[in-house]
Design a binder for this molecule. Structure first.
Ligand code: FES
Length: 152
C-alpha cells in the first residue's frame, strides 16, 4: 500500500525508492483504491492500471515492445499491446479494401488508464489520473471486480 503525501496541493503517493524501482523494473502496488503497475523502462518510469482493460489480466509480466516509436506492454493473457505513456491500445491489421498493402498498426484509442509519475530526491511518487471520462480499465478497479478477483 502506498503512503500518501500532500505537496503543492497535488495528491502524490509515495510508491518506492528510485533505486529500488530501477532494480526491480516492475512493481504492483495499491495506490488510494487503485491497483497499479509501476514500470521502469529505458530510463523512464510509467504507472498504469494493473489489470488489462480487455479481460482483467495482470500486466505485471508483459513483455515490452516498441511499436510505431511507442513503448507498449504486451498483455500476457491475449497479447493486446498497450502504450506505456498513453494507455493506447494498438493493433495490426490489413486494409480489407486494399489487400495489396501490407498490414499496418492502428489505434483503438486510450483504453488503459495511466497515471503521472514524479521523481523527487530519489523517491518515486504517483499522482492518480483525474481524467473524468470512463476509461475501459476503470472496470477492473471497481469494488465488485476487486472482490471477485480475490475470491477466485
Ligand atoms: Fe486480454 Fe489483456 S486480458 S489482452
Amino acid at each position: 500500500m502506498a503512503t500518501e503525501k500532500m505537496e503543492e496541493s497535488v495528491k502524490r503517493f509515495f510508491v518506492g525508492k528510485e533505486k529500488d524501482l530501477i532494480q526491480a523494473k516492475r512493481k504492483n502496488i495499491t495506490v488510494g483504491d487503485r491497483d497499479l503497475l509501476i514500470i521502469y523502462h529505458q530510463g523512464m518510469f510509467y504507472a498504469m492500471d494493473q489489470h488489462c482493460y480487455h479481460a482483467g489480466g495482470s500486466l505485471l509480466n508483459g513483455d515490452i515492445e516498441e511499436i510505431n516509436s511507442k513503448h507498449c506492454i504486451v498483455c500476457p493473457k491475449h497479447k493486446y499491446k498497450i502504450s506505456l505513456a498513453q494507455g493506447e491500445c494498438l493493433y495490426k491489421a490489413s486494409n480489407p479494401k486494399d489487400k495489396t498493402q501490407p498490414p499496418r498498426w492502428y489505434s483503438k484509442g486510450i483504453k488503459q488508464r495511466v497515471h503521472n509519475v514524479t521523481v523527487l530526491d530519489g523517491d518515486i511518487f504517483v499522482t492518480l489520473s483525474e481524467i473524468p471520462k470512463w476509461i475501459e480499465s476503470d472496470y477492473y478497479q471497481t469494488e465488485n471486480v476487486h472482490v471477485k478477483q480475490y475470491l477466485i
